[in-house]
Design a protein around this ligand. Sequence first.
Ligand SMILES: [Zn+2]
Length: 443
Amino acid sequence: MIRGIGLAVLCCCSLGWAQGASPVLKPLTFIKAGVLIDGVSNTARRDQIITIRGNAITEVADAHSVDIPPGSTVIDLSQATVLPGLIDSHTHIFLQGEDPAEGGYDIQLLKYPLAFRAARATVSVRRALEQGFTTLRDMETEGAGYGDVGIKMAIERGYIPGPRLFVSTRAISTTGGYPLEGYAPEIEVPKGVQIIDGAVEARKAAREQLDHGADWIKVYMTHRSWLGKNGELVSQPTLTVEELRAIVDETHGWGKKVACHAYGGEGLQRALDGGCDSIEHGLVLTDAQIAQMVKQGTWLCPTLAIYYEGWASADSTEGQRDRKRASAHEESFRKALHAGVKIAFGTDIGGMPWTEPIAQEFPRMVELGMTPMQAIQSATSRAAELLDMKGRIGVIAPGAYADVVAVRDDPLADIKVLENVSFVMKDGKVFKNEVALKAKLPN
Ligand SMILES: [Zn+2]
């Protein structure tokens, strides 16, 4: 359904209809790219011209072969490196990296009116767009219900600036499988997810969420984690395979996919056996689980950077667990990359404040063995595949939406430059421009 609608939009929007006349073509915009990283090709190209009509890219060609017609808008990025709009496949626009000293996570659900949280989410999405992230897969609202559907609607209708959103609404876990926790049993407190027990409730929750606009279903397959007897990271499993299968079966029937939060162990195994489409985090992956992911085509959405934040002190149990999370994640990432697991860029931002650079994840991926080009592709064409948007986002090529970003320096030489995106276009509209000269050629 969504795909059909999207295609129709892409085809029609480049045409404007004059009254009682044949269709009038929207004016052309030309972007001069000094260096172009197109999101798919393994090498960059020099001196390219990207032709845009309306919200779509119509042509990409060598600069010398393009005749720019008079009256066209030209955006000169000839001193910059141009890339497709970036994609973060794991975000939380309704979280703000809650400081425990200010009430932490719980205060969000217990004391803040939804409108307050929604107002802050509008700031989150704007922050993402400013940093060149033109698409987000948002991985649940943490007690804010279907707020993500509303934010997506406001962006699509042009009321607020923001990336394309793929939303997962409330998410699903089991009794004992998600905060709020630690309150007196006599007091009923809200939960950050929809709680289910049993396959019937599981399927019903998926149906409700899909009915109310979820693009993805998010399931928590593990919850608490601690260090075991031998210092290994252990995670509490949540849903049974039977419960997850009901969700996956239902969701696939709607033509949608299931993302499973899973740290490792039994819960991660159940996620794979239950047929989930993407493993989120995947801190501890055994060789057998990696082989199963390759065989099943399961995506891995690692979130490396966030596990280096907010460690408890080294001599505490929590502190040791925090360090183990980061080191296990590194090892699993390396093994998965080497084995050819499909990897999409994700950050869990919102779990950390939106003031932090989203692109800080790139250098972590490169330190652990990705080439800068692979890291860029994980946030462009690979993420587009995960989202079933191949060829439409995450690429600079004819037929794609005109989501274009630019940086002043060479991200292939230093991936950190992606923290400073100077030009952002989404859907053919310039949102940020700190580098380009924009000129209208005289008629
Ligand atoms: Zn998350």
